[in-house]
Design a protein around this ligand. Structure first.
Ligand code: ZN
Length: 289
């Protein structure tokens, strides 16, 4: 599934191509893509609009239109957003934007879990607030904030990172890579991190995501970038999918376990399993008056 680096890669590639282009028309081939809005209604709303920009929030792509509305798209498992001048095949097409320069922007998606939603710009913050936490590549993502988000959480660090409501955009790949970089065991309780762990994990999440962006995203399955090309990050994973291989840092061997139903790769020799912090002593029971 595309994560923050994959979506960011698409965004950076397509933004300069799309900005200022007029959408001549939109053709929705699969009504599930934009439900509950009927395809005809979305097609009418988008036709003739000029694209003001392409942005990202968490793993969502935000296509800003000139009528103060934004088409919010999520690639889910196998979605791709590609310009038709690229080498991508037209198979699995779910929606097609015809642009004023003759090019087309395609949303392709073999498993058809991807989706689109048209929102007023004024609704965006309220829409994302209950779904997405801090943007990890923003200045707001500090060790202190990470500590506030993790406080009291008994969930394993891997599950904690996968939950979009805490830190937005991190998925299965980059959670493994970040925990390895931070030398933290994926089963450590999130609330057990001390200040040095919080700092290490903050830095590691940022480094793992930036490595993913530098690598053009990871194409383990269907992911293709905005030009229809595969990413290179899958060749540069430190531990993800590396079960049985030597740890890149110590004499250990990378192992695979399942956490929250997801394959999780780590080195048991150099990733420390933190213990749950002992609860504070209970307050004495209030005396009855
Ligand atoms: Zn190791």
């Amino acid at each position: 599934m595309p994560e923050l680096p994959e979506v960011e890669t698409v965004c950076r590639q397509l933004e300069p191509e799309l900005e200022g282009r007029r959408i001549e028309r939109l053709e929705v081939d699969d009504p599930r893509w934009c439900r509950p809005m009927p395809p005809a209604e979305l097609e009418a709303a988008v036709a003739g609009r000029t694209i003001e920009g392409l942005g990202r929030r968490g793993k969502y792509l935000l296509l800003g239109l000139d009528d103060e509305r934004t088409l919010v798209m999520h690639l889910r498992m196998t979605g791709n957003l590609v310009l038709s001048t690229c080498s991508a095949s037209e198979r699995h097409l779910r929606a097609r934007f015809v642009l004023d320069d003759g090019r087309e922007l395609w949303f392709t998606d073999p498993r058809r879990f991807g989706e689109a939603l048209l929102l007023d710009d004024a609704q965006l913050d309220a829409h994302f607030a209950p779904r997405l936490g801090v943007e990890p590549l923003s200045d707001e993502f500090t060790p202190e904030l990470l500590g506030e988000i993790a406080a009291g959480r008994t969930a394993p660090l891997k599950s904690f990172l996968l939950a979009q409501k805490g830190v937005a955009g991190v998925g299965n790949i980059y959670a493994d890579e970040a925990l390895f970089r931070a030398r933290l065991h994926p089963l450590s309780p999130a609330g057990s991190m001390k200040p040095e762990h919080l700092e290490a994990l903050r830095d590691a999440v940022v480094a793992a995501l930036e490595a993913g962006i530098d690598g053009g995203g990871a194409s383990i399955d269907d992911y293709r970038d905005g030009r229809g090309e595969k990413g290179r990050m899958q060749d540069e994973f430190l531990v993800h999918t590396r079960e049985g291989e030597p740890c890149p840092r110590c004499d250990g061997t990378v192992e695979r376990i399942v956490v929250s139903g997801r394959s999780t790769y780590f080195c048991p020799a150099c990733q420390v399993r933190l213990r749950r912090r002992s609860r504070r002593r209970r307050r004495p029971a209030r005396r009855s008056p």
